[in-house]
Design a protein around this ligand. Structure first.
Ligand SMILES: [Zn+2]
Length: 281
């Protein structure tokens, strides 16, 4: 599944490719991708004639902002966008095509068919499902250490599942949670409200820097992620803990351990990320 840095990379690419384009018409060939409105024909009709202003992001959702509408799109496992000229052959698994007035097309391809699209009137999407209950945006300037400490110091469960919960902070994802916990020297199973303000400050800084570094590198490509221009992301080369089971820790040489925390595969260094004595199993 693409994580936040990958979605941010797609957002930036899409924004340069489609901002300013006007939709002539839309064709949907897999109705279940369209979650709102209920009728995919209505979706096609409502989008006619609208101009895309910009592409934004909320968590792992893309927000294609038009003059009077906002299209909220989640790529889930395998969703991809690409911009083509109308003469280029349509690839298999292409489910939605936005035909622009300039003869180009934005095509949505999704082999696994788990992706979703919701169409809203402008300014209604952020107060509606699926965006309404999303937590803090980790790459926004408003995401401060104080805010983060305040939120985490109330949670009495293990830090890793708290960080993965979209209600608190959005879009960190399994890979980047492991990286941020390693960078800040925190054990993934430590109970959130036992972390000191100093530890949480370090963790906040690690979350922001890990995600920012990954965005800078164009997202990671652990699976088969390719951005909107067909470029592979490069962040997997800078992963320092994730996927390194039984390899020596870059900081201390101890073998990296892999365990399961909250149902998710978790990599950590038992020396650099010690569990507090009173919490040891
Ligand atoms: Zn170590």
């Amino acid at each position: 599944m693409p994580e936040l840095p990958e979605v941010e990379t797609v957002r930036r690419t899409l924004n340069t490719l489609v901002a300013g384009k006007t939709i002539d018409h839309v064709t949907v060939s897999l109705p279940r991708i369209i979650q709102l409105p209920d009728d995919h024909k209505q979706f096609e009709i409502e989008l006619q004639g609208h101009t895309i202003e910009k592409v934004e992001r909320r968590g792992k959702f893309l927000r294609i902002v038009m003059d009077h509408l906002v299209l909220v799109s989640h790529l889930r496992m395998e969703g991809r966008y690409g911009v083509y000229t109308k003469d280029e052959p349509v690839e298999k698994h292409t489910h939605v095509i936005f035909h622009f007035t300039d003869g180009t097309e934005l095509r949505y391809k999704d082999v696994r068919q788990f992706g979703t699209m919701h169409l809203f009137k402008k300014d209604e999407d952020l107060q509606s499902k699926p965006l309404m209950h999303l937590g803090l945006e980790p790459l926004a300037p408003e995401f401060t250490a104080e805010q983060f400490i305040n939120l985490m110091s109330k949670r009495r469960t293990m830090i890793k599942p708290v960080l993965l919960n979209q209600k608190y902070v959005v879009g960190i994802g399994n890979i980047y949670v492991d990286e941020a916990l390693f960078r800040s020297g925190i054990h993934p199973e430590q109970i959130a409200n036992t972390l000191t303000a100093e530890q949480l400050t370090r963790l906040h800084e690690a979350i922001v820097s890990t995600l920012a570094d990954a965005v800078e590198a164009g997202g990671s490509s652990i699976k088969s992620y390719v951005n909107g221009q067909g470029e592979m992301g490069m962040f997997q080369h800078s992963l320092r803990i994730y996927g390194r089971k039984a390899e020596p820790c870059y900081e201390c040489g101890t073998l990296v351990e892999k365990t399961v925390v909250g149902g998710r595969g978790t990599h950590f260094c038992p020396v650099c990320q010690p569990l507090p004595t009173r919490q040891k199993h």
